[in-house]
Design a protein around this ligand. Sequence first.
Ligand SMILES: [Zn+2]
Length: 127
Amino acid sequence: MEEIINKVAQDKLDFNVGLQQLLQYDFESLFVTLSNYIINSIPNKTDYNSEAYQNALATIPLKPTYTPLIILKTYPTKIAFNKLPLLPKSENDKIIISLLWIFKITDTERRNTECKNGCGHFWHEIY
Ligand SMILES: [Zn+2]
C-alpha cells in the first residue's frame, strides 16, 4: 500500500491505476496511512496548512459539492481529518480520492523544496 501511494505521488504510477489498486485495501488502514502521510508532508506543524495544501484542495478531481470536499475546505486540516471517517461508508471512495490527490501535491512540493538536496525519506529514494 505504501509503495503504491508513493509511486502515485511521484508520477511513477498513473493516478487512476494506483487508486483502483489502493481501493482493494480496507478503508481504515488506507485512511490512517494517507492522513499521516499528508500531515508529515506539510512543513507547517502549527496548523498543518500550506499553499500546496490549499492548491491541492482546490484541484481535487471531484465535484466540489461532495461532503468530504466541503469538510476539507471548511475545517483546519487535523479537524477535517477527524471528521472524515465519521461520514457514511458511501463517502469512502471520495475520501480516498481526495487524500491521495492532496498527498500527491503536498509530497511533490516537499520533494521540490526541502528534499531537493537529498533527504532521509527512504521512500523518496526507493520507489
Ligand atoms: Zn524526502
